[in-house]
Design a protein around this ligand. Structure first.
Ligand SMILES: *[C@@H]1O[C@H](CO)[C@@H](O)[C@H](O)[C@H]1NC(C)=O
Ligand SMILES: *[C@@H]1O[C@H](CO)[C@@H](O)[C@H](O)[C@H]1NC(C)=O
Ligand SMILES: *[C@@H]1O[C@H](CO)[C@@H](O)[C@H](O)[C@H]1NC(C)=O
Ligand SMILES: *[C@@H]1O[C@H](CO)[C@@H](O)[C@H](O)[C@H]1NC(C)=O
Ligand SMILES: *[C@@H]1O[C@H](CO)[C@@H](O)[C@H](O)[C@H]1NC(C)=O
Ligand SMILES: *[C@@H]1O[C@H](CO)[C@@H](O)[C@H](O)[C@H]1NC(C)=O
Ligand SMILES: *[C@@H]1O[C@H](CO)[C@@H](O)[C@H](O)[C@H]1NC(C)=O
Ligand SMILES: *[C@@H]1O[C@H](CO)[C@@H](O)[C@H](O)[C@H]1NC(C)=O
Ligand SMILES: *[C@@H]1O[C@H](CO)[C@@H](O)[C@H](O)[C@H]1NC(C)=O
Length: 356
């Protein structure tokens, strides 16, 4: 189609056009090429719609010729180029597969499809979307592996694949997504280990892989993530010790490793090096040694779960330093019978749960 128009403008048979400057021809050509891309976006959206047979609220019926696709429900375009930049159809009970044509929406920055019933695999073609910053696919029933092609989405900041049926290993290649801030892969059927390469994700603030079938050690490299606020690996089959460098990530607020096979002792200065701790879930592992008194120097602590381990000695008597403490669960350990610490709890006026 483009060549036809070009030919027409430059045709020597057409005397009225033959003297037109090349600039105009080039300009015309550009408009034409935009039109082609315009058609690609519209076509890709229609292909997306085609693969979504369940649409109980008729959300996608608005995707018809009565409106420009930039005005279709859940679609946002860049103002100047009229190319699709956002696809937001979260929580509409949509059921279907993710069409590989989504990879043709080359200006997409955000794919927001969580809380639906998408099934099938995440198409490899998503790796073509190098402008993509947000991929939200949580709470669907997606299966298959996490495509390693995602590593080509070098602008990705938010990757939420929580609560699906994803299998296979966490791709090592994700370690090259240098802008990634949030990586949430929890509640899937992932196997294998936590890749060392993830220690390169220096922008990461939230890392969550809870409720999978992960095995092996926590790589030392994870302790390099020194902006980490949220670290949760609970309910897996991880073993070995927690890298000591992780106990030095002072930004940590939520530190959750419960229900694994981890062992080792807590460092004596834990509460001094992790002053921002709010949630400390270390239950149902094989941790041993004393509960360090310094834990109570982390005065923001709200929840402490240490049950079902091999902790020894006495409970710190400075729990009264924790004005926000809501839950303290210490049951099934080898802690001494001394109840001195109970008096200090009189300061914890918000305490809701105490399980010894
Ligand atoms: C097309 O979309 C318009 C605007 O959302 C809607 O009012 C109309 O019912 C749709 N037409 C069909 C045939 O679904
Ligand atoms: C879009 O994507 C599909 C499937 O990934 C591909 O076959 C097709 O050639 C692409 N291009 C256009 C212009 O639709
Ligand atoms: C999904 O829906 C639930 C219930 O409506 C809501 O609480 C939750 O925030 C939603 N999740 C996401 C990721 O949007
Ligand atoms: C998952 O999505 C469904 C809607 O499809 C919603 O009802 C449910 O609350 C969501 N669950 C969570 C945990 O967000
Ligand atoms: C990433 O992009 C490059 C170049 O665009 C391509 O050759 C490569 O196959 C892509 N990798 C994946 C895993 O899709
Ligand atoms: C981390 O990135 C550097 C380059 O930035 C690379 O040389 C190294 O292999 C990466 N480490 C891992 C564990 O992937
Ligand atoms: C943790 O920080 C302390 C100083 O607060 C330092 O002595 C120690 O070497 C650090 N440990 C690691 C593993 O980085
Ligand atoms: C840690 O808490 C104790 C009281 O339990 C207090 O004496 C000590 O000064 C605190 N240390 C720091 C560095 O805040
Ligand atoms: C209760 O808190 C006050 C002020 O924070 C502190 O001085 C006192 O030692 C605490 N009492 C106990 C029993 O921890």
């Amino acid at each position: 189609m483009c060549t036809v128009i070009l030919f027409h403008i430059l045709s020597p048979n057409d005397s009225s056009l033959s003297h037109l400057p090349t600039l105009l021809a080039t300009h015309h050509y550009c408009l034409c090429s935009n039109k082609q891309e315009y058609k690609t976006d519209r076509f890709a959206l229609l292909k997306f719609k085609e693969s979504v047979p369940q649409d109980p609220y008729n959300i996608l019926s608005s995707w018809n010729d009565s409106m420009h696709f930039c005005n279709w429900l859940g679609v946002k375009c860049g103002r100047r180029h009229q190319r699709v930049t956002v696809l937001d159809l979260q929580g509409h009970k949509l059921g279907g597969t993710l069409s590989p044509y989504i990879g043709n929406l080359s200006f997409l920055r955000s794919i927001i499809l969580q809380n639906n019933s998408f099934y099938g695999e995440i198409p490899q073609e998503i790796g073509h979307l190098f402008r993509l910053q947000q991929l939200y696919l949580s709470n669907n029933t997606l299966e298959g592996e996490i495509p390693s092609s995602l590593s080509n989405c070098s602008n990705l900041k938010f990757l939420y694949l929580l609560q699906n049926k994803l299998e296979g290993k966490i791709p090592t290649e994700l370690g090259s997504l240098m802008k990634l801030k949030l990586l949430r892969l929890g509640r899937n059927n992932l196997v294998g280990g936590i890749p060392h390469s993830l220690g390169n994700l220096s922008s990461l603030t939230k890392f969550g892989v809870a409720e999978n079938n992960l095995v092996g050690n926590i790589p030392d490299a994870i302790g390099q993530l020194n902006g980490l606020v949220f670290f949760t690996i609970s309910v897996n089959k991880l073993s070995g010790t927690i890298p000591s460098s992780l106990y030095n990530v002072s930004s940590l607020q939520i530190f959750s490793v419960s229900f694994n096979q981890l062992n080792g002792t807590l460092p004596a200065n834990i509460g001094l090096n992790l002053p921002n701790l709010q949630i400390f879930y270390f239950g149902a592992n094989e941790f041993s040694g004393p509960i360090p008194t310094s834990l109570c120097n982390a005065t923001q602590l709200q929840q402490i779960y240490l049950a079902k381990n091999k902790f020894l000695g006495s409970v710190p008597t400075n729990l009264g330093n924790l004005p926000n403490l809501l839950k303290l669960v210490l049951s099934i350990n080898y802690l001494g019978k001394s109840l001195h610490f109970l008096t200090s709890l009189t300061n914890c006026s918000r305490l809701q749960k105490l399980d010894l």
